[in-house]
Design a protein around this ligand. Structure first.
Ligand code: GLP
Length: 268
């Protein structure tokens, strides 16, 4: 794992977007695993800008999102399908049939989860999975005690997650679903590489536990420590509780692989 600390949330998001774009340029038919949440809005804005200004091509790219609420149709403004359409899909040249989210409206949710895993396999697996981290320490909606080998399935959301995400529903907060379909921790760990992006002081404590604490099913994000190709990108505020932050800065400043990004990531 590498932890990369950027001065602020905008630059952390831009570096994340740059890493995704570089993967897509190297492999135009890459399979991207995508995430939702406020943190990712800047990443998708940066990718859309690269599409407009640099011709970043998504025409052969396939995408799989981590999760979707149960019971929200795609046209519901609070569904993750709607979020993805708004923030990324309609802003770039992704083919709609190449974009996948779990079907939270399926009559048979277990069959929908099996089907989702099958679609990921049929595409050859996920090349690069983008992750955020929830207040409960979740990746996707893998709430505390999610098995570290879990697969795509339905999960009940913790009160903490409901409290974190309900403001996004605005006046509809009471309508926020209490359950969701999510890729499992095991599904996520099978991606060929991972990027976890966390920004803001509210994430500092849970991020430090996930990155530097013991691997535990109580904090599903800690499972990223198993992964052989994982980058954690944070802003200063989210890095505040990391014990090793001076070492992480040293890595970023000295590791040759990061040289092309050190200056580019500072562009606005
Ligand atoms: C939701 C998603 C997670 C995401 C989290 C963080 O709970 N299921 O995948 O990591 O939100 O959200 P935010 O970026 O708004 O803090």
């Amino acid at each position: 794992m590498e932890v990369i600390i950027q001065p602020d949330a905008e630059r952390a998001a831009r570096l994340t977007a740059r890493l995704i774009a570089d993967r897509l340029r190297a492999k135009p038919d890459a399979v991207l695993g995508l995430a939702t949440g406020r943190t990712m809005e800047r990443v998708y804005a940066a990718l859309a800008q690269m599409h407009r200004e640099e011709g970043l091509d998504f025409s052969r790219c396939r995408t799989f999102n981590l999760d979707e609420y149960i019971g929200l149709p795609p046209e519901d403004p609070h569904s993750y399908r709607y979020y993805m359409n708004e923030h990324l899909f309609r802003r770039v040249n992704l083919r709609p049939e190449n974009t996948h989210l779990p079907d939270g409206m399926a009559a048979d949710l277990k069959a929908a989860c099996r089907d989702y895993e099958g679609r990921i396999r049929a595409c050859g697996g996920i090349d690069l999975q983008l992750l955020g981290i929830g207040a409960s320490g979740h990746i996707g909606f893998n709430e505390p005690l999610s098995a570290l080998r879990s697969r795509t399935r339905d999960k009940s959301l913790t009160p903490e997650t409901v409290a974190q995400n309900a403001p996004l529903f605005g006046a509809d907060a009471a309508r926020m679903p209490r359950r969701a379909l999510t890729m499992g921790v095991g599904t996520i760990l099978e991606a060929r590489s991972l990027i976890l992006l966390a920004t803001g002081a509210a994430k500092a404590e849970i991020l430090a536990k996930a990155v530097e604490g013991p691997i535990t099913a109580m904090i599903s994000a800690s499972a990223i420590q198993w992964h052989p190709d994982c980058r954690v990108i944070v802003d200063e505020a989210a890095a505040a509780r990391l014990q090793g932050r001076e070492y992480y800065r040293w890595i970023y400043e000295n590791e040759p692989d990061w040289a092309p990004y050190r200056n580019a990531s500072l562009e606005s």
